[in-house]
Design a protein around this ligand. Structure first.
Ligand code: SAM
Length: 291
C-alpha cells in the first residue's frame, strides 16, 4: 500500500511531538512559524490548508529548519524576521532579536515627547536591528534620528530595516563606539534612547543556550557586574543632551537600585525614575538632564 502523503496537518503534528520530546519551547507555535515561513505564507494559511500535501523539496528544507531549531537556534534567526512594535524587522545573528520589554522604553519616549510641533532630534545608541530608531521614526513626522552601533554588520541591517519600514530619510546611521562620533561635532539631542548590553558575567553563563550560543555576545555582555556600558552612558549622555533633554535607557530586571545610585552620584541629572515592565521588573531609567 502506498504511504499516505505528508500534509500540512500531519507535518505539524509530527513536528510538535518531536519538539515536545526534545524540550523545544512552545513546540506547536514553533512548528507553525517555521512551516509558514517555508511556504512564504502566514499561520492562518496553515489552518485553512491542513490537507495540502507537501512536496519532497519542501520536506527536505523543512527538515533542515527542524534540525536547526533542535540545536537551539531561535526561530527568528531561521526565518530571518521578528515583529516589533507591530512592524516587520529583518534579524540575523549579528543583532539581538528585539524583545517585547523594549516597548516599555518606546512608551516612555512617546510619553516624554508628547506631540511635538517642531523637529526633535533623538539619538539611538546601540541600534542593533534598528528596532528603537525605526519604530520611533514611524511615530513622529518631525523627527531626525541618529542611530549608532559599534558593529558594522548591525548598522547595515538596521539600514535595511529603515528602508523596509520606509523611514530611511529620517535616520542617519553611524558605525561608532559609544559617543565617539560626537567628540568633534556638537550635536545635541532631546532624547538619548538606548538599550545597552547589561547582562552580568554571572547571569550570562545562566542564560538559556538559545540566547547564549546564538545571540551576539557584544549585544548582551555588560561586563563583570553588567553595568559597564550603563555607567559609561550615564556619565557621557549629558554632553550630547540639549537643555531639558532626557536619557531613556533600558536596564536589567534587578538593576534599578544600582542604576539609581549611579544617576544620583553623577549629579548631572535633575530628576530620575525607574519604570517597571508588565512583569513588575525594573526595565527603564528615565533621567532628566540638569538645566
Ligand atoms: C541589547 S542590544 C540592543 C539592540 C537594539 N537597540 C534593541 O533594542 O533591540 C545592544 C546593542 O549595543 C551595541 N553595542 C555594544 N557595545 C557598544 C559600544 N561600545 N558602542 C556602540 N554600540 C555598542 C551592540 O552591537 C548591540 O547592537
Amino acid at each position: 500500500m502506498p504511504e499516505e502523503p505528508w500534509t500540512i496537518l500531519k507535518l505539524l503534528h509530527w513536528t510538535t511531538d518531536y519538539f515536545k520530546k526534545n524540550k523545544v519551547a512552545e513546540p506547536r507555535a514553533s512548528a507553525e512559524v517555521l512551516l509558514a515561513h517555508l511556504l512564504s505564507r502566514d499561520r492562518l494559511f496553515l489552518y485553512l490548508n491542513y490537507d495540502r500535501p507537501m512536496e519532497a523539496e519542501e520536506l527536505a528544507t523543512f527538515r533542515t529548519f527542524v534540525r536547526r531549531r533542535l540545536a537551539g537556534e531561535p526561530n527568528q534567526y531561521i526565518t530571518g524576521t521578528q515583529e516589533f512594535w507591530s512592524l516587520p524587522f529583518r534579524v540575523n545573528p549579528d543583532v539581538l532579536i528585539p524583545r517585547p520589554e523594549t516597548e516599555v522604553l518606546l512608551e516612555t519616549v512617546l510619553e516624554f515627547l508628547g506631540s511635538p510641533e517642531t523637529e526633535i532630534r533623538l539619538l539611538d545608541l546601540g541600534t542593533g536591528s534598528g528596532a528603537i530608531a525605526v519604530s520611533l521614526a514611524r511615530e513622529f513626522d518631525l523627527i531626525k534620528i541618529v542611530a549608532t552601533d559599534s558593529s558594522k554588520a548591525a548598522v547595515k541591517l538596521a539600514q535595511e530595516n529603515a528602508l523596509l519600514n520606509q523611514v530611511d530619510s529620517k535616520i542617519h546611521f553611524v558605525c561608532a563606539d559609544m559617543f565617539s562620533a560626537f567628540s568633534s561635532v556638537s550635536w545635541k539631542f532631546a532624547v538619548v534612547a538606548t538599550n545597552p548590553p547589561y547582562v552580568s558575567q554571572a547571569e550570562f553563563s545562566e542564560l538559556p543556550r538559545e540566547i547564549r550560543d546564538y545571540e551576539p555576545r557584544y549585544a548582551l555582555d555588560g561586563g563583570p557586574d553588567g553595568l559597564a556600558a550603563i555607567k559609561h552612558i550615564i556619565r557621557e549622555a549629558p554632553a550630547v543632551l540639549s537643555q531639558g533633554g532626557a536619557l531613556i535607557m533600558e536596564i536589567g530586571a534587578h538593576q534599578g537600585e544600582s542604576v539609581s545610585g549611579l544617576v544620583k552620584a553623577s549629579q548631572h541629572y535633575e530628576s530620575y525614575r525607574i519604570i517597571k515592565d508588565y512583569s513588575g521588573l525594573d526595565r527603564v531609567l528615565f533621567a532628566l538632564k540638569k538645566e
